[in-house]
Ligand binder design. Structure first.
Ligand code: AMP
Ligand code: GLY
Length: 441
């Protein structure tokens, strides 16, 4: 018997007070979309950024302060919490909030700690894939206990070989090694010297898959799921995919090679068994699943799960979503995603991220950003990332500073528009890639 309150939310006769957690471009895009919903009575963002404050009320709360988040939920009579980033999920924010007697009516979009292990532990994710026959790279798992065996395994492993620290490592825990010496040195650093901390002392050694990457996003209520528009992101800092990995320098959606037949295969071989697996293992997963896939000879392989949306992928996925996002999230919370149809804008959306010089290494903060209001709203959207406000001036406050998403008839067209609009904005040290979507021209 569905909860009457949830049904009321679903049919739109009950507006909601929402708290969104996070402070990146992903959160600005989610806040921008939720604020457009007639079901959104009041939107709070904690801690938010200079862009989210245009969509709702920012609350200066640290995401590691679960007590303060709980108090903010009570004080602001929050009905729905939407968790943007992975860290609070892996640390158990959802369990912390929903098991509190004072928050019995609260729904949280974001899995409990057990479900978040899909991202929080590479070893857990690989074992889950094995249990549910989800295609993925061949792997072995090593710790200090079987270290010597690991060295031997590495010595015989075909090259390149992929080493993955088990726990969260701020996107840096994956190392692709081109020779055996380098692989063994890296293995030693991870296990013996805790290069990626305690959680990285367990290492997944994995076969290298050569193919094309694509990201697919699903919203699930634990029983049913909807597939959101797919995306491709550009992780390397430099043009031509050169230089170190970043959180993402740009993204495109749709992905031109993701034709119906491939998407059907991805759903049958990867998405469906994943949601079924979560269900049969009793993981009660309510939230987004981000499938990081490698397409090898037209066959999809799982590279990684994330228990949240991607950033900057959200900045192209959400602008293409025509559904009311709050209604969609309410349907998920009410376990009523069956029968929900996703309606997608047929235009292409591309985003380009402006970063502060030096990123992903050291960079400066506090630079004034000028020209943001000159960006033409006809075809483009500005999403703020690492930004803050000081005396009414928007300043840089992170490595990835903002992104410009544009709509176009093709990837080329949308990227050209974003590049033109980028010219209007300036801060000292501003850099961006001009070749987002280059392979689709
Ligand atoms: P992850 O943090 O697991 O997404 O890994 C970061 C990046 O490393 C991925 O986006 C891929 O580009 C690459 N990668 C991870 N695993 C593999 C693999 N088995 N084969 C090839 N590339 C990989
Ligand atoms: N852009 C990759 C991520 O959000 O993990």
């Amino acid at each position: 018997m569905p909860d009457i309150r949830k049904t009321l939310k679903l049919i739109g006769s009950l507006t909601m007070r929402i708290l969104l957690l996070g402070s990146g471009g992903r959160e600005h895009a989610l806040a921008w979309k939720m604020a457009q919903s007639p079901l959104c009575e009041k939107l709070f963002i904690a801690p938010g950024n200079a862009g989210t404050s245009q969509c709702g009320t920012n609350l200066p709360i640290s995401l590691s302060d679960f007590e303060e988040i709980k108090k903010a939920c009570i004080r602001n009579k929050i009905d729905l919490v939407v968790v943007g980033p992975e860290e609070p999920l892996v640390k158990g924010i959802t369990d912390f909030l929903i098991t509190d007697p004072a928050l019995q009516k609260l729904d949280v979009i974001g899995p409990r700690k057990t479900g978040a292990q899909l991202e929080g532990s590479k070893a857990f994710a690989k074992a889950f894939m094995m249990r549910h026959h989800i295609p993925t790279a061949i792997y072995r798992e090593f710790t200090l206990q079987n270290y010597e065996e690991g060295v031997e395994y590495l010595q015989k492993h075909p090259l390149p070989v992929v080493l993955k620290a088990d726990g969260l490592a701020a996107g840096k825990g994956v190392v692709i090694c081109e020779n055996h010496l380098e692989a063994i040195a890296e293995f030693e650093l991870m296990i013996q010297r805790a290069k990626f901390g305690e959680a990285g002392k367990k290492v997944v050694v994995e076969q290298f898959l050569k193919g094309i990457e694509i990201s697919v996003f699903v919203l699930t209520d634990g029983k049913n799921y909807v597939i959101l528009p797919e995306a491709k992101d550009y992780k390397r800092v430099g043009e031509g995919d050169k230089g170190p990995n970043t959180g993402g320098m740009g993204a495109v959606s749709p992905v031109p090679f993701a034709k119906d037949a491939l998407m059907k295969k991805i759903e049958a071989k990867i998405i469906h068994p994943t949601v079924e697996g979560l269900k049969t293992e009793g993981l009660e997963y309510l939230g987004f699943i981000f499938f990081g896939l490698m397409i090898v000879e037209n066959e999809p392989y799982m590279i990684e799960y994330n228990c949240r949306m991607g950033d900057p992928e959200t900045e192209v996925v959400i602008p293409r979503l025509k559904n009311d996002l709050v209604q969609l999230l309410a349907a998920a919370a009410g376990q009523q995603l069956d029968g929900v149809k996703i309606d997608t804008d047929p235009r292409t959306a591309c985003t380009i991220v402006a970063v502060s010089g030096g990123y992903p290494g050291d960079y400066k903060k506090g630079m004034a950003i000028n020209g943001l209001s000159d960006v033409n709203p006809a075809d483009s959207l500005v999403f703020y990332m690492g930004t803050a406000e000081k005396n009414g001036q928007v300043i840089t406050n992170g490595g990835r500073v903002f992104c410009i998403t544009s709509y176009g008839r093709s990837v080329f067209d949308a990227v050209e528009i974003s590049k033109e609009e980028m010219e209007k904005v300036f801060f000292i040290g501003m850099e961006y890639r001009r070749d987002i979507g280059y392979e689709f021209e």
